[in-house]
Every structure is written in structure tokens, then in C-alpha cells.
Design a binder for this molecule. Structure first.
Ligand code: NDP
Length: 232
């Protein structure tokens, strides 16, 4: 049977780029979007063979939505091979820690940390059961503890926490056949990255897809960009 991959926040930006690459590699792909209409529009505009492409509405900040999506995947395929936790927000680009709007930071944590966390909790057992899986947490250099820039505190903290989540999940998943890593796509020209960013969506997506396609003896519990280790 084909390998089944689910990508969160895939109606635009890097998520959509990852969907395209995975389809090109022959994966069956579940493109998810928190907005039904936006997701379906993204699929209509995709200039690629869509035979192995499915759509599910998924808001990663909603347990109800995650449970509904899980039930659909479980009923339809009975397994999941790849989870790309890509959905993310960055409300606080122009803020710093002393003045950050904490309600916005809270929302950022809900999407960037608790979203991937709940997705992993829900879908990991489906992978473990098969003795195979790849979970890729799309992180950021902004989340590295070596990053001393004062901007984007909520975003940076959410990604640093996502990195620690990656370590914790990977520790538990050791020997299960499920490889869990955090990946930075680099600075990418998306709505979030802006037009001055130095990478195309295809280049950023490549860095993420690398962690999807690593072999069974590939790295586990690390933080990577373009397949090279980054400092936490
Ligand atoms: P975009 O802002 O272009 O796209 C973000 C995607 O996430 C959209 O599809 C958005 O949906 C979705 N999303 C937001 N909230 C939720 C939610 N609650 N549930 C499900 N989906 C949601 O961002 P990018 O493509 O640039 O970023 C993708 C990932 O890469 C993020 O995790 C980001 O932090 C990370 N990253 C990006 C970098 C860059 O330079 N672009 C650099 C480093 C990391 P909607 O359209 O409905 O808003």
C-alpha cells in the first residue's frame, strides 16, 4: 500500500509546497486546511496529478477538529505514515518580550506548540502500530536558543518549545520505527516570510521533505535545515 502523508496548514505557503513535492514523490497526500473553502480552492489551482490527493478540514487549535480528522484518516486508510506539522502563525513580528500582547502569544502557542503536540498524541499510535512513521515538526531558526534577536518573542518561544517537544516525543518513540525531527525551512517567500526572504517555497519545502524521506536508520530527535544539524 502507498505511504500516506498528512500536511497541516497546507492551503498556501510551505504546506502547499510540501504537498506538491510529496505528490511528485508518489505519496498519497491528505492536504488539510482550517478553512474548507480555502483548502478546496488551493486544490483546484494545483497544477499536478491529483489522483492521490485528499482533503480534510483541520484546525490544529481545535481538539474537536483533530478528532474528526483522525477518525476520517483511521476509517479511510487505517494508518498514517507521515505527519508534517506545518501549520503556524506569527502574530508578533514587530513586538518584543517587554511589550508583547500575551493573548496573542497564547494564541501562537496554541497553534505552533499545542497543535503539533495534540496531532502527535493522536496520530503517533497509528504509526507505532505499524512500526513505521515520520513526524516532522516545522520549526524555525527563530526558535533556536542561540537566537538573541529581541523581536517575535511569542513566535520564537513557541518554536523553542516545539523543539523541546520534538526531543520529548522522540525520546518516547525510540525504537518504534517512528522517526521524529524538527526542521527549519530557512527564510522563505510566503505570506509569513515576506517577499524579501531569500528562499523560494520549493527550496523551503525541500528542507522539510528531507525529514519525511529519511531512511529507517535516519536521524531521530534532531533539529535540521537542509539535512544538516542546527543548534537547538
Ligand atoms: P503562511 O503564513 O504562508 O501559511 C501558514 C499556514 O498555516 C496557512 O495555511 C494557515 O491557514 C495555516 N494555519 C494557521 N493557523 C492554523 C490552524 N489553527 N490550523 C490549521 N492551519 C492553520 O506560513 P508559511 O508557509 O511561511 O509557514 C509554514 C510553517 O513554516 C510555519 O510553521 C512557520 O512557522 C514555518 N516557518 C516559516 C518560515 C518562513 O520564512 N516562511 C521560516 C521558518 C519557519 P490560513 O490560510 O487559514 O490562515
Amino acid at each position: 500500500m502507498d505511504q500516506i502523508a498528512l500536511v497541516t496548514g497546507a492551503n498556501r505557503g510551505l504546506g502547499l509546497g510540501v504537498v506538491k513535492k510529496l505528490l511528485q514523490l508518489g505519496y498519497t497526500v491528505i492536504l488539510t486546511s482550517r478553512d474548507q473553502v480555502k483548502g478546496q480552492e488551493a486544490i483546484e489551482e494545483l497544477d499536478i496529478d491529483k489522483n492521490k490527493l485528499y482533503f480534510q478540514q483541520l484546525d490544529v487549535s481545535s481538539s474537536e477538529s483533530i478528532n474528526r480528522c483522525f477518525d476520517w484518516v483511521n476509517t479511510k486508510f487505517g494508518k498514517l505514515d507521515v505527519l508534517v506539522n506545518n501549520a503556524g502563525i506569527n502574530y508578533d513580528t514587530w513586538q518584543n518580550a517587554m511589550n508583547a500582547d500575551l493573548q496573542e502569544c497564547h494564541k501562537t502557542m496554541m497553534v505552533n506548540l499545542f497543535g503539533p503536540w495534540e496531532m502527535a498524541q493522536k496520530f503517533y499510535p497509528l504509526m507505532e502500530k505499524n512500526g513505521f512513521g515520520r513526524i516532522v515538526n516545522v520549526s524555525s531558526g527563530a526558535g533556536s536558543l542561540t537566537n538573541e534577536e529581541i523581536g517575535t518573542p511569542g513566535y520564537s518561544i513557541s518554536k523553542a518549545a516545539l523543539n523541546m517537544l520534538t526531543i520529548k516525543l522522540a525520546g518516547q518513540a525510540k525504537g518504534s520505527g517512528v522517526l521524529i525531527n524538527a526542521v527549519s525551512p530557512g527564510w522563505v517567500r510566503t505570506d509569513m516570510g515576506g517577499e524579501d526572504a531569500d528562499r523560494s517555497i520549493a527550496e523551503g519545502a525541500e528542507s522539510i521533505v528531507w525529514a519525511v524521506t529519511i531512511p529507517d536508520d535516519g536521524p531521530h530527535g534532531g533539529f535540521f535545515k537542509d539535512g544538516k544539524r542546527l543548534n537547538w
